[in-house]
Design a protein around this ligand. Structure first.
Ligand code: AMP
Ligand code: MG
Length: 651
């Protein structure tokens, strides 16, 4: 390495990234510094009437001021009596008791004692009179002259709720930090408490930044992106005891943004921005923070993957956070590092309901030196929950669609080994184990089969990990069925040769693969597939969109190319839809995808070959009702028709 070529951060002319992230802190160091700048601090308290306390966190312990019930009371309709009088009572040996001259209803204070040989009529909820130690049910008595005959012995305390048996005076009824729900409101009301001290919810201003952002509901211009962070960050704030105030999305313009940030800080307890932190984004909000208050930026650049551009600041006592722009990165960093701060400010204890333990089914590589977040999806394995990574590697732009939460891989680990026990942070604190689990290759036709199951109330999880990943999951018993489309060169047949003992093949449908181009592209209109490929290869201006290694379609493309590496060969997206999008948006001129996807994208389609999309069924799970329901749906005339209408050919 030559002189001056090292990465000295203060070297004039250093790259933007080095200027931005002068000191990358570890996750732990960043948290420690943030914590030290914010805590301890008093949680602001307000008193609220019960009706307005729902969803708030109790600010102080509440001690029961009275016993509940406040007196010994009857649990049934009947007679208050003395158990010793009834020792001899039995079927055919009625014991006679004389009735006292009063009837104790709810809210009636007893006037007469129950002396030996007497009883007093009492209603459910009535206070037990002096001398009585049991209540006899009406059903166990019959009228006898002036009194009653009792046909059953009574044990002391029978059908009596004693004072304080529900809540005892002086006991801690609810602890500080308890989230007040209907149950808590009921307990407080039973004790006669009309208002409680609650932690005032921190008001958290939320700002999205980016010229490309459009609010949901508005039409999406080309190159526009719907503002996801505004909605998801606001909702996650509300889920964790804050009061979100979404102020909108602002362009990356320093003056506009500074005005918005100043206003946000003046009227709120905390400010959370997202976007604008990555290299080259203009670095706008981070520069503004330095002018907003002391001490300012605490950490800018944290050794996280993804999430490195995270910025933590404190301006005159108020936390200011810039989350990374990618929604998944924003959520990882928010849940892992900001939620604990927000909950402390909201007077709430750390979340215990948002973590579960699970096992990872495969080796998960990780970068040494950075804390890595991996999005996961949970399924029930043979020995508890299994956490499937749904993002392979960087995790920068994966969707939330199938994710239950994420795991954190410590900076000092370079991988998680197969079978590692991990703690999963859940996005929504409850795990619902699905009725039917499908892991393998995805196909839009699958949605046609699953629709009636979902209507029957079954919950279905389908994870797309590719055919080979699906087969591995099926062998480990982590799914019911694995959709696969694997061509065996040796036998020239699909799928069957790939099965192993314990798996059986259920035929699915055929998908026509074809050459796709934009309609009206004169280079390809009216040609056969072979000729169209030749034409594409002959034209150096013609761009291919390829497929990823391991995809069945890739094998087909490589065969078509016969060793050629045309322009666009290295553009290798992982799905049929991405191929169609690339061609229809003009980022490529041709590719290979399946007919239904080409149709939906309005592309020209030249048929090539039919591919078999079948299901490897785990035999041991065949008799499970949800699996039977799946098979019934697959074979039903309605589903077969829906598949045909969508361009598939049921087997
Ligand atoms: P930035 O840090 O602003 O460069 O953003 C990084 C990436 O995240 C870009 O692809 C942005 O379009 C995207 N992004 C930023 N903010 C949002 C948002 N609020 N919603 C969805 N995507 C966003
Ligand atoms: Mg941006």
């Amino acid at each position: 390495m030559g002189e001056g070529m090292n990465n000295a951060p203060t070297r004039p002319g250093a790259g933007i990234e080095q200027e931005q992230f002068l000191a990358i802190l570890s996750r732990e160091e960043a948290l420690t510094r943030f914590d030290a700048a914010l805590f301890p601090r008093a949680v602001p308290v307000e008193r609220r009437r019960l009706a307005d306390a729902l969803g708030m966190a109790l600010a102080e312990d509440v001690v029961a001021p009275i016993d509940v019930p406040p007196f010994d009371r009857a649990n049934v309709d009947g007679f208050a009596a003395r158990s010793t009088d009834l020792a001899e009572a039995g079927e055919g040996r009625g014991v006679k008791l004389v009735l006292n001259d009063e009837r104790i209803a709810c809210g009636t204070e007893p006037a007469l004692p129950v002396l030996g040989g007497t009883a007093t009529p009492i209603s459910t909820g009535g206070p037990i009179p002096r001398g009585a130690d049991a209540v006899i049910m009406v059903e166990h008595t019959e009228p006898a002259g002036e009194g009653i005959a009792v046909r059953r012995a009574a044990s002391p305390g029978q059908f009596i709720s004693y004072a304080g048996s529900d809540i005892a005076r002086g006991e801690t009824l609810l602890r500080a930090g308890t989230l007040i729900g209907s149950r808590e409101i009921g307990m407080l009301a039973a004790c006669g408490i009309a208002s409680v001290p609650v932690a005032r919810k921190p008001k958290v201003a939320v700002i999205s930044t980016g010229d490309e952002l459009v609010q949901p509901g508005a039409p999406l211009p080309s190159a526009g992106i719907y503002d996801t962070n505004g909605a998801i960050v606001s909702a996650a704030i509300a889920e964790n005891g804050g009061e979100p105030v979404f102020l909108g999305a602002f362009p990356d313009d320093e003056a506009t943004l500074e005005a918005a940030m100043r206003e946000a800080l003046a009227g709120h307890d905390m400010l959370i921005l997202s976007g604008g932190t990555s290299k080259g984004a203009g670095d706008v909000s981070h520069r503004i923070i330095a002018r907003l208050g002391k001490p300012g930026i605490i950490a800018h650049g944290v050794a996280l993957k993804p999430g490195k551009p995270l910025c933590l600041a404190v301006c005159d006592g108020k936390p200011v956070v810039i989350l990374p722009g990618f929604p998944t990165s924003a959520m990882f960093t928010f849940h892992d590092m900001i939620v604990p701060v927000l909950r402390r400010m909201a007077g709430l204890p750390p979340r215990t309901d948002a973590h579960v333990t699970a096992t990872v089914p495969l080796r998960v590589p990780s970068e040494l030196g950075r804390t890595e977040f991996v999005m996961i999806s949970l399924v029930e394995g043979q020995e508890g929950l299994v956490a499937y990574p749904t993002s392979k590697g960087s995790g920068a732009i994966t969707s939330f669609a199938q994710a239950d939460g994420f795991v954190r891989i410590e900076a000092l680990a370079d991988h998680l080994p197969v079978g590692a026990q991990v703690e999963v942070t859940l996005f929504t604190p409850q795990v619902h184990v699905p009725d039917l689990v499908i892991i393998g290759s995805h196909c839009t036709g699958l949605d046609r089969v699953l629709a009636p199951l979902v209507q029957q109330g079954l919950s279905v999880r389908s994870l797309s990990v590719g055919s080979l990943g699906g087969l591995a999951a099926a062998r480990r018993g982590e799914c019911d069925v694995a959709p696969i489309h694997l061509f065996d060169e040796r036998t020239k047949s699909y799928n069957e040769p790939f099965l192993s003992p314990g798996l059986e093949l259920v035929p699915g449908w055929r998908r026509m693969q074809g050459f796709v181009h934009r309609k009206g592209d004169a280079r390809f209109e009216g040609l056969s597939a072979e000729v169209a490929v030749k034409a594409a290869l002959a034209d150096p201006a013609c761009l291919l969109v390829n497929r990823n290694q391991g995809a069945g379609t890739r094998i087909l493309i490589d065969a078509l190319l016969g060793g050629a590496r045309p322009e666009g060969y290295w553009n290798q997206p992982k799905s049929h839809n991405a191929v169609a999008a690339a061609v229809s948006q003009g980022r490529a001129d041709w590719g290979v995808t399946i007919a239904p996807v080409a149709d939906a994208a309005g592309l020209g389609f030249i048929p090539l070959a039919e591919e078999h999309y079948d299901f490897a069924l785990v035999s041991a799970r065949r008799e499970r009702p949800p699996v039977q329901a799946f098979l019934a749906a697959l074979h039903s005339p309605e589903v077969r028709q829906a598949l045909e209408e969508a361009g598939f050919r049921p087997a």
